[in-house]
Design a protein around this ligand. Sequence first.
Ligand SMILES: [Zn+2]
Length: 545
Amino acid sequence: MNHLILFLIQIVVGIMEPMEKREFSLEERKMYARQQLVEGWDQETIKNSCALIIGVGALGCEIAKDLALMGIGKLILVDMDKIETSNLSRQMLFHAGDEGRTKVEVAAERLKLMAPFLEVEYYFDKLQNLPMDIYQRSDVIIAALDNVRARMDLNKIALRLKKPMVEGGTIGFEGHVQNVIPKGSNIKFHEREKVIDEIVQEKLWNLSEEEYTEYFAAQESIEKLEERIALLKSQFIEPVVEKVRQQVENEFDEKYSEDYLDQTACYRCLVPIPPPDDKLIAACTLKGIPRNRNHCVLKAELNFEKKYGRMPDLDNDEDIYKLMELAKEELELLRERVFKENVSDEQLSTLSKEEIQKWKINIRDTFGPNYVFEDMENILGNKIAAVQTVSSIIASIQSQEALKLIFRAKGRDIGPPMDPPYVNYSGIYGIFEQIPVFKREDCIDCGDIEGEENVSIVVPFNSKVMDIFSALDVSGYKLDSEKWMITNSMNKEILWHPSIPTFKDPKALLQSLKIKSNDVVTLTHLSKDIGELEIKKYNVIVSYL
Ligand SMILES: [Zn+2]
């Protein structure tokens, strides 16, 4: 009884003391600029949240580090252990020399170093002894425990207080994560449609045969058809499959093993064309007029140079503020321009004040709000969205694959490398998807077409077309410049043709022919006795020094 009263008092105290809202400094906003780029991200939500981590071992350290780096406002750490030497191989918040100190205290210190804005509270105690208000004040409970008993106790508390809990554990190379969402926690976990489907299924099971005669008759027919399919398979399909299989097995070592057993698609197989560079695309429109929010910032960079006679220094806050003003001006111009494009002068005279306002709000929504400080660096530096959680998952998978490959390279085995060799992880849906990727026979890096050779050359920045022949010569390919034509492999433009004078300029520079670093040029043999040549075509990747 006493316990219950204490518990109730603690709940009331918990409700009466909501976490005060925390403010952001400029330094802090800069720190989290990249994750702010992730769609749907809201730093303020994280900043005003509190996670309770029970267990500060291998999982707890990693999770605490992740949440701290992402800018959570508060962490409460609970652990009843002191640091031992054997912890140092996994628990990245502890260093040699920490042995004997409590895990929670050292973890709190190290987390503060990583995330100066973080608030940490810690308890060197058993979870069963904690006052309930600690649970009550948390938005989520994280179980990073090493025994079942403690997990069961924590589970009870989470259910009783209706707090969501993320449970996790590992054993060797195996691991699991379980989300526990208690009834009444107000966290919508199930999808409405899915739940409806489930209820429908249950009702279908309980239909009466008298009332739904045709439904049950159809079910029965389907079962019979399925039996017939199974029979056809076993009589006529499977014996043939088995026969073909036996043939392949007999020939395998001789015919297939070399090509099939150890080869995956290479990186370049999946990236046949270099990804578009937003800055390059923008450069084409900059001389004219910006068409989107990012272009305005790039245009502002040009305007900055004109106005101040130098490029802006992105490490200098003052420059960034100046740049922000210039970008805002461009954005204003863009909004006005789009307004005029959509609303003619005639139309304008017929519109009410409210309608005009509505147009302006629509345009504002399309091109986004005014810039904030960190937008400048994000856009100018071509930055992409990044979040710690996904980073650590992907990094861990990479380490795991590397580990298996190292073992294989040393003639040992701790499990097969991923097959298919490509895995996508969706942090939104919590899904890992292995995707089959295929080696392209025409891949410039790993392809193998009979009669073709892929070569990489490195030439000075100011090289001429002729220099391709000398560079190939250095790589061991002696080609007569009078017998080979060179084309740009992307747009098929002729760069060199020995019998057409306009395409036979020994001084023509690769740069002026718009060959960029890592572009591919094709050398094709021109004479009629081509049949005797072993290699009829060279695909040459040109890189500049
Ligand atoms: Zn390839």
